[in-house]
Design a protein around this ligand. Structure first.
Ligand SMILES: Cc1ncc(COP(=O)(O)O)c(C=O)c1O
Length: 417
């Protein structure tokens, strides 16, 4: 996604100012198509439910709907957005650890799949089924998946030994006795098992473990009712050559592993449940760049700092330590190559977008484009010091403003003065 200086000027004339995000529509569509093809060619029925939390730009959510994908949401805000986007309620999956009674009842009423995370949520669903004996209430259960390998190493995010989401399989027997007593009302049935687990390495082995665990539980406890095996998200996206990850599984590798299990597991092969994946990163990370303008270049104690008008809050609000792929876009091509850090527009020392990169040194008025910033960025950046920047979509070289820069009135519209 290389841009020229004149491209940038064109983009800035659309946004009115820098910084801004650039979303490449074609990449998002290609990720959807390639993921779908990898899985559908190996197993059907199959559904891709896009993880809204990763980047809920309405522009992207609409593409998902147009292409026949589902919405995966984890809050009432996201649920209501999916409805506003025009998704059929039956094509919305409601996950997440905190749902109110009203959230659960509304979603069940609408026929959405609600994957319950804990006993209080199950109690709400069971009580609802008792109150509505004439209705068939279909629920899902999130299953807590252990991901410790043979060497005892846990693959769960941050190397946590135990994850916190869902119903614990270690207590399966007692859990399901309780469940069964709740489920005796025959209008409440478990139709979905959900096993999303955020991992350190996004490896195929993790998905193998998740899929096997879900199929085993389905076969043992819910053989006649499960319609959906949902392995969640957590896949690597297409890898940029400048990223430090090596031997990353491809979409085909993931599909081979997961579908291979569904095609051979006794229960799954005979029941043919719908396989659901909920990709976020793999769908959107490589579709978005962040462009900021150089405001100053200075040397302090022998170190070169290039300050730009955007911040790490825009490009990496989780403050991870990676230097994302980037492009320095200068007015003239004869800049000397130097080692420098790119630092942001806030007042925080740790607001560092790129650390000690070696590249042509830009000057004031030049631009820095940081790529692969589509996941967990603009949904996580508050209007910290500056209002939210504009977003432009690139539709095969034609630019379209899909969010203008936030105004002062918008930032403060719900405050009392
Ligand atoms: C339930 C659920 N599904 C899907 C995802 C998307 O994960 P990723 O963006 O890593 O694909 C997440 C992320 O935390 C999640 O919690």
């Amino acid at each position: 996604m290389g841009l020229s200086y004149s491209d940038i000027l064109k983009l800035e004339s659309i946004t009115g100012s820098s910084p801004f995000y650039l979303v490449v529509r074609q990449r998002f569509e290609r990720n959807f198509d390639d993921l779908t093809a990898a899985f559908e060619s190996r197993y059907q029925p199959f559904t891709l439910a896009y993880s809204y939390k990763t980047n809920y730009l309405p522009y992207l959510c609409q593409i998902i709907k147009q292409k026949g994908g589902w919405a995966e949401v984890v809050s009432r805000m996201e649920y209501d957005l999916a409805i506003r986007i025009g998704h059929d309620a039956e094509k919305i999956i409601f996950n997440g650890p905190v749902k109110t009674q009203d959230d659960i009842e509304r979603a069940l009423d609408n026929g959405s799949i609600v994957n319950l995370d804990c006993r209080p949520e199950l109690d709400i669903a069971a009580a609802y089924a008792h109150r509505h004996p004439d209705r068939s209430i279909r629920i899902g259960l999130r299953i807590n998946i252990g991901l410790s390998d043979e060497a005892g190493r846990s693959h769960i995010q941050n190397s946590l030994k135990v994850g916190r989401f869902g119903f614990a399989p270690a207590a399966l027997h007692s859990q399901f006795l309780i469940l069964n007593s709740k489920l005796q009302t025959d209008n409440l049935k478990v139709v979905s098992l959900h096993g999303h687990t955020s991992t350190t390495d996004r490896s195929a082995w993790c998905f193998e473990t998740i899929t096997k665990t879900l199929c085993r539980i389905a076969g043992e406890h819910f053989a006649d009712t499960i319609e959906y095996i949902n392995v969640g998200g957590g896949f690597f996206g297409r890898m940029h050559p400048d990223m430090p990850f090596k031997n990353v599984p491809s979409f085909e590798d993931y599909a081979q592993t997961i579908c291979g299990i569904l095609n051979t597991d006794n229960w799954a092969a005979s029941t043919r449940p719908t396989l659901v994946i909920e990709p976020g990163v793999a769908m959107v990370a490589d579709c978005v760049s962040f462009v900021a303008k150089v405001a100053s270049v200075k040397t302090i104690a022998g170190r070169l700092f290039v300050t730009v008008d955007g911040s790490a809050f825009h490009a990496k609000p989780t403050f991870h330590s990676l230097n994302m792929p980037h492009q320095i876009i200068t007015k003239d091509d004869n800049r000397s190559v130097q080692t420098f850090s790119v630092v942001g527009s806030t007042c925080m020392e740790k607001d560092i977008l790129l650390t000690d990169i070696t590249a042509p040194l830009p000057s004031v008025g030049d631009y820095i484009k940081i790529d692969n910033v589509g996941a967990y960025t603009l949904v996580m950046s508050p209007p910290f010091i500056h209002p939210a920047p504009a977003i432009v979509a690139d539709e095969d070289g034609r630019y379209k403003l899909i969010r203008r820069k936030q105004t002062l009135d918008e930032v403060f519209s719900n405050y009392s003065f």
